[in-house]
Design a protein around this ligand. Sequence first.
Ligand SMILES: [Zn+2]
Length: 507
Amino acid sequence: MPNVRTKRRIHMPARIRNLGLILLALIAAVVIWMATRDPTLITPAIPAMASAELRAASEALTSYDVRASFQPGSQTLTARERITYRNTTGQALEAVYLRTYANAFASEEISPAAASELYDLCYKRGFSPGGITIISATIDNVNAAWSYEDDAGTVLKVEIPTLTPDSSVVISLTYSIKIPTCAYRFGMSNGIAALHGALPTVAMWENGEWRLEQYYPIGDPFICDCANWRVELTLPEGWSAAASGARVADSPLTFEALAARDFSLVLSDRFVFSQAEVDGVLVTAYALTAGEARAMARDAGAALRIFGGMFGAYPWPSYDVVVADIPFGGMESSALAMISISSAANAVNRERAIVHETAHQWFYAVVGSDELREPWLDEALCVYAVTQYIQSAKGEAAFGDYVGEEIEPSMRITIPRGVTIGSPVELFASWNEYRTIVYQRGASMMLGLREAMGGEKLNEALRLYVEGAKFGIADREEFMDALKQVSGSEWEWFLVDYLDTYILGGW
Ligand SMILES: [Zn+2]
């Protein structure tokens, strides 16, 4: 933001001086308005380089090198993607499985945005198909055989020459992604294109097999290893991009993300932005008005600072918060959070959505978890983190109010038999049920733990949990180990009680 100041003291009549000051203020206001209005006038500053820790964490990870170009008229992203995959499975492979989640949006029958409770919110003008068309797949410049392994086309099998353990292969894809007209984390609505999970990624290998679950309509049904991304993006004049990576070059526009959990993009020609630097991290907020962008940057900065102190330093050089037309308050990605247009417009909802999504930078992005089988492990921890933010930033009374309004009611209602906080995502029948049980009852469990072991000790355990599983994938065992390490006690009985127990039969 430019500074306007007078260098010399000039004696002049008070009225002229006042007029001069008013004129200067007007010029300053216009300059600031133009700077935030037109993203081509001043582009967001390029953040600091990745830290030595991040560079070390990035070694030997799968890397993605993408050159993409966006065409807003046809709502398409055409790209060439080179994947350097190292075989860490411990066995020889004849094929690599990729996730092509965009294809889950091809038809009404399977689209996660077409679930009955979301349909009208997402497809405001009726169903609109999206998906990915693979144009070519090559291995070392030789055409490779590929096929979809599931009816929905979200599992892409690429055949490769035998790949022995610890050797690498380079898979090159060219493709075109059709972005559906849909107010969802993958979709275009209100002039904003959200690309979550749209770029093909290598499936997760776990316990001797690939994880190839369907794109469930409830929860965030993903599990992924960290990877390195370099994405060059060609956008039409006037368009700007929020991304899961730090902007490292302007021409061509290039993002780099090391040890990132995923890579999302949000594009618009309507964005204005605001920036803040927080503990060496460049925070950029993209919104539809300058006021909202400033408030979002401020809220995101406050959350980064508080959670950095509680759970350990945020490791990436940039963090983007960006409005998107989505039916949830927000949606997390690595180094990026989407905030719904409606949340962004309301101060309380905006702050809560940003704080929750920022907590996911620790409990999802830094420490991954199995969001299909153990969704509580990131969601319950994030809602608990929101309570800790409120207590730290706004005091005890606000903390009590939030817990009383947002968390405690979930413990007083009857929930369907057999569904518990620890249930996998596939057992939940609706978003509402999922949110009440996994988010709110899950946070109630965390507050119970806090009561039993003390807030300081619990936050220390969470810090230990983050440090111990940084850039990896954790599960309940690692969470329990961290609790035991700081308290000296076993907590399995407590967790089983909340996570797995339900009452059989009726009254
Ligand atoms: Zn969440």
